[in-house]
Ligand binder design. Structure first.
Ligand code: GP9
Ligand code: MN
Length: 419
């Protein structure tokens, strides 16, 4: 393992990059309503199936003046799926390369966003109509500093309002609004959706668009459940307005991870009209939507910079005007122009402004063409130097530091300034 001072020096350097946020404090004292949107990938946004738009409401948000839409935002999860996305968001640390850190290191010390928000007067909670111990959430949420977890016992769940994994998203958002209305403000509330989950079951009555037609039922059924999620979120915006919560809140919508795995590449290539899904294409399919909706803001736009889930903690803290002078975090504020030049995936692949590195190949990000370098100089192991090498080394270093912090439970040894 690495020595803590070395990691801290790296982190102090990284923390400075977020100081240049252009939006520091624009959402000061607002509630944060964070929608962890199950399995939604960016390829559905502003796209169609059988001639019908898949996500009409989210499409309208991409053009909304109060909304930032990040079109090159990547999930960075591994086997811990939803729980990994939560870990990334709350800590700005990487998940583990195997297993779920929620299970293996649920009792570690952390310096997570809920804890910091709590110190700044926020009431923090998670709303999710599932069993509390799923993904070891009950334990991990305590370690992350959440005040409360509204699990399935907080909801009225019947046969009629359930499908697949449990409570359908529409009644979930309706009932969640009632919970939010009773909550002390300002609050940070994370709502985790459930209906758009593999195997994408949906009743006929909830279907507004027809399934796709390919050899993959998973992909075919994905589209109607994604549309159901889109309608659920639209409904939730209405509910929040009626409840009087909308004006004093910012609403974040983030996809947690991909819903369509590489097993469905053939069907996916058919849908996208490509000959095949190359490793480059597969990395690009790991983009998930991120919307940051700030009622009354007026200067929203589509943002194209390379971004990832690791950036959520510094971004949200800055939006709320919370100065994080000392912290351990790998991400950068999405509204800073001093950002690092890459987003690392947990398997060591990465996306930079110029390159996408995956499966031992360095691709031109713009064209998707592998970069083959003509060179006289060969290094010791007879490999030509590669355009991706220097970032690849930094990615390995970061992933290693993150692992060291988690495996060594190193947050125990750091005293963070309280506010
Ligand atoms: C379960 C839900 C789904 O509570 O969050 O988890 P996933 O299978 O996507 O990790
Ligand atoms: Mn999930």
């Amino acid at each position: 393992g690495t020595e803590l001072p070395e990691i801290q020096a790296y982190m102090d350097e990284n923390l400075k990059r977020s100081e240049a946020s252009e939006l520091f404090g624009v959402a000061k004292n607002k509630n944060v309503i964070f929608i962890n949107a199950e399995s939604i990938q960016s390829f559905v946004i502003n796209n169609k199936v059988n001639g019908a738009p898949i996500t009409p409401f989210l499409n309208s948000l991409t053009k909304d003046e109060d909304t930032f839409y990040f079109e090159n935002f990547y999930h960075q999860t591994e086997q811990g799926k939803t729980s990994d996305s939560e870990f990334l968001v709350e800590n700005s640390l990487y998940p583990l390369s195997r297993g779920a850190v929620f299970f293996t290191h649920g009792q570690n010390e952390y310096h997570a966003m809920p804890e910091i928000l709590g110190e700044n007067g926020y009431y923090t909670s998670v709303l999710h109509a599932n069993n509390k111990s799923f993904w070891n959430r009950d334990q991990m949420y305590q370690s992350l500093g959440f005040d409360h977890y509204y699990g399935e016992e907080s909801y009225e769940i019947t046969e009629a309002n359930s499908i697949g994994w449990g409570l359908k998203d529409k009644p979930f958002f309706e009932q969640s609004t009632d919970i939010l209305q009773e909550m002390e403000q300002p609050f940070y509330s994370k709502l985790i959706t459930l209906t758009n989950h593999f195997p994408f079951d949906l009743e006929e009555e909830d279907r507004s668009i027809e399934p796709y037609d390919s050899n993959s039922n998973t992909l075919n059924n994905y589209f109607p459940t994604v549309r159901y999620m889109d309608e659920s979120i639209e409904l939730f915006f209405e509910e929040l307005k009626q409840a009087g919560l909308y004006e004093d809140s910012i609403i974040v919508i983030m996809g947690d991870h991909n819903g369509i795995s590489a097993n469905h590449n053939r069907a996916m290539s058919q849908y996208l009209g490509k000959d095949e899904i190359t490793p480059y294409d597969y990395v690009q399919l790991q983009r998930v939507p991120l919307f940051i909706h700030i009622p009354g803001y007026g200067n929203g736009e589509v943002k194209s910079e390379v971004a990832g889930q690791i950036d959520m903690k510094p971004t949200l803290l800055n939006l709320l005007g919370i100065k994080n002078k000392q912290d351990i975090q790998f991400g950068n504020d999405l509204f800073s122009d001093q950002r690092k030049d890459f987003i690392a995936l947990r398997n060591g692949s990465f996306i930079s402004n110029e390159y996408i590195y995956t499966s031992d190949t360095c691709y031109n990000r713009e064209t998707g063409e592998p970069i083959i370098e003509e060179t006289d100089e060969q290094s010791e192991n007879n490999q030509p130097p590669n355009a991706c090498d220097s970032i690849r080394e930094q990615v390995e270093k970061e992933l290693g530091y993150s692992d060291d912090l988690i495996y060594g439970d190193l947050f125990r040894f750091i005293n963070f300034d309280k506010k």
